[in-house]
Design a protein around this ligand. Structure first.
Ligand code: HEC
Length: 180
């Protein structure tokens, strides 16, 4: 009987049997350390990658949208809603209703609700307001991703360009698309 033979052997050398078990445990623990460190390193490098990409996103993707669609009404001179969207300070300070961007939290970011035309009841309306065209789905996706990534604005980003004042009211009807 092999089993009983083994039992006898182990019983005969109880110390050896126990230390072999201990050694096995230690080997397992020591093997787990490098694996754990590797997992942590991979996770960290993935994180760094996201954070590193975000500053570029603001300058290359987000600023052009704000410049074209928002900065005309939200700049230090024309502070509609008490909100300046042309600088990091202005964006993070928010407007009359408080903070407009919560970095990393898409659901709490008022600015996203407004550009998605889901304004909160009793608060500011959809942006851009009036009969101005809404942002495209791509533009909204860019801003949403940027908020998700932490709404990073590099400290040295230049203020967003403010477009020249809108055309005179008389020119507006001609520029509007035909209604049908
Ligand atoms: C034609 C002018 C105009 C343009 C263009 C415009 N806004 Fe506004 N915005 C306003 C006014 C006026 C308010 C004040 C609240 C209201 O009337 O709904 C406001 C309010 C806001 C608020 C709320 C501020 C607060 O604390 O109450 C946010 C956020 C905002 N705008 C974002 C944007 C974004 C983003 C864009 C571009 C996609 C944009 N706005 C384009 C006029 C404008």
């Amino acid at each position: 009987m092999k089993n009983s033979e083994m039992g006898t052997k182990l019983a005969a050398q109880p110390e050896q049997g126990r230390s072999a078990v201990k050694q096995g445990l230690w080997t397992a623990v020591l093997a787990a350390v490098p694996v754990g460190m590797m997992v942590m390193c991979i996770a960290t490098s993935m994180n760094l990658k996201t954070v590193a990409a975000a500053p570029d996103d603001y300058v290359t993707k987000v600023q052009p949208i704000i410049s074209a669609h928002c900065a005309g009404c939200h700049n230090p001179v024309r502070l509609r809603g008490g909100l300046d969207l042309t600088t990091k300070d202005g964006i993070m300070k928010g407007g009359e209703d408080g903070v407009v961007i919560v970095p990393g939290d898409v659901d709490k970011t008022l600015l996203l609700k407004l550009i998605k035309h889901q304004p909160p009841a009793g608060g500011p309306g959809a942006m851009p307001p009036g009969n101005r065209p809404a942002l495209s789905a791509d533009e909204i996706a860019v801003i949403e991703q940027w908020v998700k990534d932490g709404a990073v604005i590099p400290a040295d980003a230049a203020p967003t360009a403010v477009p020249p004042p809108p055309a005179r009211p008389a020119a507006a009807p001609a520029a509007a698309p035909p209604a049908n």
